[in-house]
Design a protein around this ligand. Sequence first.
Ligand code: SF4
Ligand code: SF4
Ligand code: SF4
Length: 275
Amino acid sequence: MKTGKKNLLPIIFLVIFETVAVTLWLTKNNLFYLLNFSYIGISISLGIFLFTRKNKHARRVTQLLVGTYMLIYLGLISGENMQIEGFWYYLFTGVFEAATIHYAVAKIFGPLIFGRGWCGFACWTAMILDFLPYKTPNKPRKKIGWIRYITFAVSLIFVTALFLAKAGNIERIMFWAFIIGNVLYYAFGIVLAFLFKDNRAFCKYICPITVFLKPMSYFSLIRIKCDTKKCVSCGKCSKVCPMDVDVTDNSRKRKNGTECILCMECVKHCPKDAL
Ligand code: SF4
Ligand code: SF4
Ligand code: SF4
């Protein structure tokens, strides 16, 4: 990639995030949005900048910067439930705040543009799971992805029940639900990773957010595509893929296509620059 093009990509992302930051700051008259989206934009642009310089830690840098910010600052310090329960809660109360904006941008409408980039570059659950030893799955995929619909339904029922029961101080309950929910996610995620020898087992079978992410990312503008003229069918790309995507098939219906987290491992390992 030429130097000009290398610099252009992080700049484009920075401009997109700054546009969102300034628009929300001015329309909602709240400085938080300017700082929040500027920070996220800088973190993502830095990751892209490092990636274009072939830095092997590029994705992890962004993932740790954004993931820790959301988990520690927005979740624990600011007391905003950024889990799916928080999304239901703020949606039901009609409050357009951090959790609802976050879901709209990163997990519901954003995936129409950048697919599951959230899962590869920002998620605080995967940020920890990616430290585990099974970066590529050592065992065949299980047919238990239906569990995600149960966890999705449980989160919705839990919040609905709180409203129906007219529970007092739901804000406080949401804060504790965020802490307990995260502890459970990490515990299940780590146990499953070792059980299935796959760091991303939790993402594949349990995570309720994939109920939004998978159908929306099907239409994603940004996708990994294979230049079939350059490809020599060596199979390296599929071998390094953590999500079992049939990388060389360019169709949207390719096997596990909606699992792609844009981690770029396939791109990095392709000997022919075909991806
Ligand atoms: S699937 Fe869920 S846990 Fe995994 S990275 Fe995506 S949002 Fe995070
Ligand atoms: S790694 Fe590259 S050359 Fe090998 S199969 Fe994948 S796209 Fe083709
Ligand atoms: S290795 Fe390639 S196909 Fe697999 S998840 Fe990462 S970017 Fe997507």
